[in-house]
Design a protein around this ligand. Structure first.
Ligand SMILES: Cc1cc2nc3c(=O)[nH]c(=O)nc-3n(C[C@H](O)[C@H](O)[C@H](O)COP(=O)(O)OP(=O)(O)OC[C@H]3O[C@@H](n4cnc5c(N)ncnc54)[C@H](O)[C@@H]3O)c2cc1C
Length: 380
């Protein structure tokens, strides 16, 4: 591939995911939002097409693809439902952490089920007292023989209560990033429980709960890599996770733009179609331009991450901020173009706006993306 065009394989992957989104996600997305339904069965169908382990190695059943392909897939799925696409992306991120940092025995134990989404994974970093400052996390894992005894609360965990595996950052050592380790905690672990499903502005087609650990006994063999590696593992997962979330914003924005184009052609005011007003034409042109610019940059960051480029973390942070900020703005403009109808649930636009809003907050807020970029530019 040249940086500026997709190969035939890329186009085929994107079209496959787009067709799935149009057939299996879009028709039910508004209802799932209203009913707070988490469509696990539909996600398993996506997994049958290889989307449960996009960048997981093939020896454990993964698709063995790269970050650009992942960006294409999550953007395409998000044209049908940003919330479902975002959960599938988090699942992929957590599975990748096991693939990349797990032992061969751990990979063979967990990944075949994860790639098929027979088992689901959540990523547990945030705590009530540690969000942006994640290295301040307090969940304590105390070693007792061949187990850790874990106490603490993880906040805002996507998929919690339904997921089978919780890839959890815990403190095994001193204060700071170097005292953190990663444990894979299984759902049936005694001492693990969940808070109530949070009532949210958007992302209603997936649950968000606290993960509560009270004397939870987790086998030492469930630790990924060495003690003290947890913060590095968590941040490595997020580089790709940020691309994925950015891609979900692009997909939501793309769907909102398509709806706006159709609406502007058909809706009439002052004796002509909305599409004939130059002010709206310019608005649509700007939306399409900003979408394309964000997409091109996200692909550049994805290529850098795949290549292991030294500036990949900075580029992923830049891409996440641009794609999620511009994606939200485009969806919000689309709502405006729909007038009062954009505010009604039936048109599916207000749901996209609500869903995309949180992408500016999670997987590192967009302020934290600026912190990462500034550190790369001027040092700590
Ligand atoms: C729906 C939803 C799902 C989520 N899913 C998950 C999940 O699955 N797993 C998980 O681990 N977490 C998850 N999160 C948590 C999310 O990542 C955090 O909310 C986010 O990192 C921000 O942390 P906080 O909410 O504690 O805000 P805070 O860290 O308290 O930040 C508050 C404000 O201060 C700003 N701020 C903080 N520090 C700085 C700074 N140094 N410079 C400038 N501004 C700063 C922030 O940008 C923000 O605007 C989810 C959150 C939501 C809402």
């Amino acid at each position: 591939m040249t940086p500026f065009s997709l190969s035939e394989d890329h186009v085929a992957i994107r079209d496959m995911a787009r067709a799935f989104a149009a057939e299996k996600l879009a028709p039910d997305a508004v209802r799932w939002d209203e009913e707070k339904h988490f469509p696990v069965d539909v996600m398993r169908e996506a997994a049958e097409l290889g989307m449960g382990g996009v960048y997981i190695a093939e020896d454990v059943g993964g698709s063995g693809l790269g970050r650009l392909e992942a960006a294409l897939i999550f953007e395409a799925l998000a044209t049908g439902c940003p919330t479902v696409s975002a959960y599938v992306s988090i699942h992929n991120m957590a599975a990748w952490m096991i693939d990349r940092y797990g032992s061969d025995a751990q990979r063979r134990r967990w990944l075949p089920g994860l790639v098929m989404m027979e088992s689901l994974a959540s990523y547990c970093l945030t705590e009530p007292g540690a969000g942006s400052d994640a290295a301040a996390l307090k969940t304590r894992a105390r070693r007792e023989g061949d187990h850790y005894v874990v106490d603490g609360v993880k906040q805002f965990i996507s998929g919690a209560g339904v997921s089978d595996l919780y890839v959890t950052m815990v403190r095994t050592g001193d204060e700071g990033a170097g005292g953190i380790s990663t444990l894979v905690i299984e759902k049936d672990t005694p001492g693990l429980s969940f808070g109530a499903n949070e009532r949210k502005m958007g992302w209603n087609a997936q649950p968000t709960r606290q993960v509560i650990l009270e004397g939870a006994r987790v086998p030492v063999e469930n630790r990924l890599s060495e003690e003290g590696m947890g913060f590095k593992i968590a941040m490595a997962g997020l580089d790709g996770g940020r691309l994925n979330i950015g891609a979900c914003s692009l997909g939501g924005a793309d769907a909102a733009l398509e709806k706006s184009l159709a609406y502007a052609r058909e809706r009439r005011a002052f004796g002509r179609s909305l599409a004939e007003f130059q002010a709206l034409q310019f608005k649509l042109a700007d939306m399409a331009t900003e979408l394309e610019a964000s997409r091109s940059f996200l692909w550049r960051a994805a290529a850098a991450l795949d290549a292991g480029a030294p500036d990949a973390t900075k580029l992923c942070a830049m891409a996440k901020r641009i794609a999620t900020d511009r994606g939200f703005d485009i969806a919000n403009e689309a709502l405006q173009i729909h007038g009062g109808y954009g505010y009604l649930a039936d048109y599916g636009i207000e749901k996209i706006v609500r869903d995309l809003r949180v992408h500016q907050i999670l997987e590192g807020t967009n302020e934290i993306m600026r912190v990462i970029v500034a550190r790369a530019l001027i040092g700590r």
